[in-house]
Design a protein around this ligand. Structure first.
Ligand SMILES: Nc1ncnc2c1ncn2[C@@H]1O[C@H](COP(=O)(O)OP(=O)(O)OP(=O)(O)O)[C@@H](O)[C@H]1O
Ligand code: SF4
Ligand SMILES: [Mg+2]
Length: 323
């Protein structure tokens, strides 16, 4: 029997108010629609989608940084929908986030020692004599020389700063980290180094990651499973290689085709038109206004995710398309 998931989310919805309150009350824009996801202990789930598809909103909702609605949101056996304040405090330690811009998330006036100590102090960890050893250990974990502890963020490169961001997240021994575009601001060669570091840390510590990126090749590199999001809905989810090499949803196939150097021109699937506003999504299949294969039935109902392979699901009503 497989281990129970570390994180389990069912039917996650999120709406933002838009415009001014008028005669008919406040208008809302729904940006997440019934998103289901689970992350096993030690698993990396990749979340990919174009800008505005709702990736960060999912990460923030799970970390309880924003309010959301869900049928189930359970982390390590704790029901996040009914969590008490003391439990929430402990949860903040076990779920961390790494952001895209390490420079913006590090206080320029503070040394790295101060940054990491603050994280430990927030949860009363490694006080007294054990502190110095823990700081040295953290620097080693992320491949930085401990002699750098007394330097300030501006003395580091972008890749080194992201390593500091990772050390800060790891300091409190989390079980789960949301990496929100964690390597997107870095040069490609530095991206690879930071991705390798995250993969190695996962192997060493058994930590689970929700790895968010708009770049499918980056997501595939580090993820066990990949979830493809479009206008706040899951289009496809499955093992990383299956989604990448044998996509079942036309939208996923188009994302892969758009990656440089991966497909011959004849196999290219192009997305037509612009992404619609979440305020006015198409009826039925939300990707139909950009899909090369729509049929009249695609406008009728929202296609449910159906099983198309081992742990692989796709939300397309057609199974006669060779992608
Ligand atoms: N605070 C907010 N108020 C209103 N709308 C918001 C707010 N935050 C996000 N949105 C909207 O929610 C939708 C999803 O945004 P989100 O930031 O989750 O997308 P994303 O996939 O992370 O995009 P990106 O790749 O650009 O980071 C977008 O339409 C965005 O404009
Ligand atoms: S359901 Fe229809 S519109 Fe949607 S992806 Fe499948 S073929 Fe395209
Ligand atoms: Mg985002």
């Amino acid at each position: 029997m497989s281990a129970p998931p570390l994180l389990e989310v069912e039917s996650l919805n999120k709406s933002y108010p838009v415009g001014r309150r008028g005669l008919f009350g406040k208008h809302t824009m729904q940006v997440l629609h019934d998103v289901n996801l689970s992350v096993a202990p030690g698993e990396v789930l990749g979340l990919v989608g174009e800008s505005g598809s709702g990736k960060s909103t999912i990460g923030r909702a799970i970390l309880r940084l924003i309010r959301s609605q869900s049928q189930t949101m359970r982390f390590d056996g704790i029901d996040l929908n009914t969590i008490s304040r003391p439990q929430l405090r402990d949860l903040r330690r076990r779920m961390q986030i790494i952001f895209q811009d390490p420079y913006a998330s590090l206080d320029p006036r503070k040394t790295i020692r101060a940054v990491l100590s603050e994280a430990l102090d927030a949860h009363g960890l490694h006080k007294g004599a054990g502190r110095a050893a823990r700081l040295t250990e953290l620097m080693g974990l992320v491949g930085l020389d401990p002699s750098f502890l007394d330097r300030r963020p501006h003395e580091f490169s972008g890749g080194q700063r992201q390593r500091i961001g990772i050390a800060r997240a790891l300091a409190v021994e989390p079980r789960f980290i949301v990496c929100d575009e964690a390597v997107s601001a870095l040069d490609v060669s530095i991206q690879a180094q930071v991705l390798n570091l995250l993969a190695e840390l996962r192997r060493k510590t058994g930590i689970s990651l929700l790895f968010i990126s708009h770049d499918l090749s980056v997501v595939r590199f580090i993820s066990d499973r990949v979830m493809v999001l479009y206008l706040g809905r899951v289009m496809e989810v499955g093992p990383a290689d299956a989604v990448h090499f044998a996509p079942k949803h036309p939208y996923t196939a188009a994302l892969i085709s758009a990656e440089p150097g991966l497909h011959h021109e004849s196999r290219r699937i192009r997305l037509s038109g612009e992404t619609p506003s979440p305020l006015h999504p198409p009826s039925g299949c939300v990707s139909r206004s950009r899909c090369p294969y729509p049929q009249p039935a695609c406008a009728d109902t929202v296609p449910p995710l159906k099983t198309v392979g081992d742990r692989h699901q796709s939300a397309c009503i057609r199974d006669d398309i060779l992608l």
